[in-house]
Design a protein around this ligand. Sequence first.
Ligand SMILES: [Zn+2]
Length: 289
Amino acid sequence: MGFFSNLFGKQTCCLCGTECGPLKRDKIKDKQYICSDCTRKCSEYVKLSELDKNAVEDHIRFMEKREKIYQDLLQNSKCSALPSTVREKGIRFYDDYGFLVIAANKNTKNKVNHEVIRYDEVMSYEMYTEMNKPTEQGKPETFKEDGIILKLVAPNPNMGAADSNNKNQHPYPWNTRDIKLCFRKSEKDTNYADNAIQHFDWIFGVHDSSKGLFNFGMSKEEKRDLQAKTDMAKLMGGVMKAAIKGEDPEGNEKLMEQMEQAQKSADDASSSGLAVYSRKADEAENQVN
Ligand SMILES: [Zn+2]
């Protein structure tokens, strides 16, 4: 086929076989195309042009599984929605499951599946503000919009995830663009971006080393450390007793439970509390398998 027929001619969707014109398709790797109906099943933020046919198929299965987590578990559970009334985009935090879902006022891209992201897949979060250039010289800039930019942990440890300080993070399986979420386009609307940052700080344990007024003198970090030591002491005590009685610890159910608990507490102590959400997200994923 010549240049113009490639550019303007109809192509066949390599996934479903539909014929699609130039405005109704996306180019993926290896000079193949997928139709707009198949694109609707993909994440808005994944770089489809980097994926070949098999990878796109994997990605759609992944999105469908995440959608099932949303439908079966998250949808009717309590969440912190920021902003509480979505004007453009927003984030719904499901702390009980360790997942967040991106909320949109309008589904402009007609996506079929929600963007469902594990807390431990978030590599960074920051607030952004954009201003309009002044229309006349000497006049001040005016507010354009603000919101949150999320970056996800890259699938290949050599491509970005190394920037992450937290070894307990979980790679998102696909390379993504920055997830730019506009919270408001008018300064008259309440600022929720600060609240979202605070919620992320809380999830990632950013201020855990500071001592709150009502913490009885212990920071969250110190409490987690103490919990880990207490659980380890319990475990060691149990092991000693079993050893004295000549029992095999592997056959002792209570001891095995204590061992598991000590392991969990040690994980929590070493990963600023994020491990709690990783466990919740793992459980949610196993539930909808
Ligand atoms: Zn298709």
